[in-house]
Design a protein around this ligand. Sequence first.
Ligand SMILES: Nc1ncnc2c1ncn2[C@@H]1O[C@H](COP(=O)(O)OP(=O)(O)O)[C@@H](O)[C@H]1O
Ligand SMILES: CC(C)(COP(=O)(O)O)[C@@H](O)C(=O)NCCC(=O)O
Ligand SMILES: [K+]
Length: 257
Amino acid sequence: MTFLAVDIGNTRLKWAVYPHAHQGAQPIAGGAEFLENIDKLSDGEWSRLSPPERMLGCCVAADAVKRRVEEQMEELWVAPAHWVVASAAEAGVINGYDHPTRLGADRWVAMIGARHRMLAAGPARPMVVVMVGTAVTVEAVDPHGRFLGGFIVPGHGIMLRALESGTAGLHVPTGDVREFPTNTSDALTSGGTFAIAGAIERMVQHVRRRCGSEPACYMTGGAGWKMAPHMLEHFELVESLIFDGLLVIASTRAAAL
Ligand SMILES: Nc1ncnc2c1ncn2[C@@H]1O[C@H](COP(=O)(O)OP(=O)(O)O)[C@@H](O)[C@H]1O
Ligand SMILES: CC(C)(COP(=O)(O)O)[C@@H](O)C(=O)NCCC(=O)O
Ligand SMILES: [K+]
């Protein structure tokens, strides 16, 4: 029974189809669309899929975006759309947010994916889970699976646009990441990269101090590949972390029925 996983962020919709909803399943199809192009999915790539029997997604974009995606699913398939909402606990992760449901669903799903990946590889450890998308999120999870809290940092694009719109002299092309930038382009690109890296490395320190052991560090998101080479700490780049989390949630929910 094929399973469709959908991740709608503030910049792009990512989707993947699996032969079944089990941890470790390998995708048989997938893609990504910028939000301005999502209306074309039902005429394009989705029209060529065999109808998925189940769907689970997470969406942090506007409700109108989510509705447009649901409408396209309805045009093609009978499987209803189900969306993850962060809760007090799910699939072995406990939510430490003051108001658990206000935590971004993508952050929650990524932590669940990371926790199960870590447990599949060895004994339980604390984790730092980073998503580099429109925004950058940096989560801390203790060895028992308790989400301790996380940072939200502006992503590269938002930082650059904020600097551009708040100044007269910072309208320059993208530069390179340099330790000692000597032109405006490199200064902006390096500043953004090391601002994000610095926040992430602080969270690694916070987790070490709180948990007294070395965290497993995971990085995901569309711009993860740009950040990973500039980290001092070792981060495993796992592009599928959200899909991995959606697979875990779908399979644990099915097992509970
Ligand atoms: N080839 C690419 N396509 C799209 N976005 C890219 C690409 N390479 C890097 N990016 C960066 O990744 C970000 C989008 O990542 P993504 O994880 O899709 O974000 P979100 O989940 O917030 O929609 C963009 O802000 C962009 O800076
Ligand atoms: C922090 C986010 C904007 C990240 O979005 P993204 O960069 O993935 O598009 C999103 O997870 C969100 O809207 N969260 C709700 C608020 C919170 O998590 O506290
Ligand atoms: K996201």
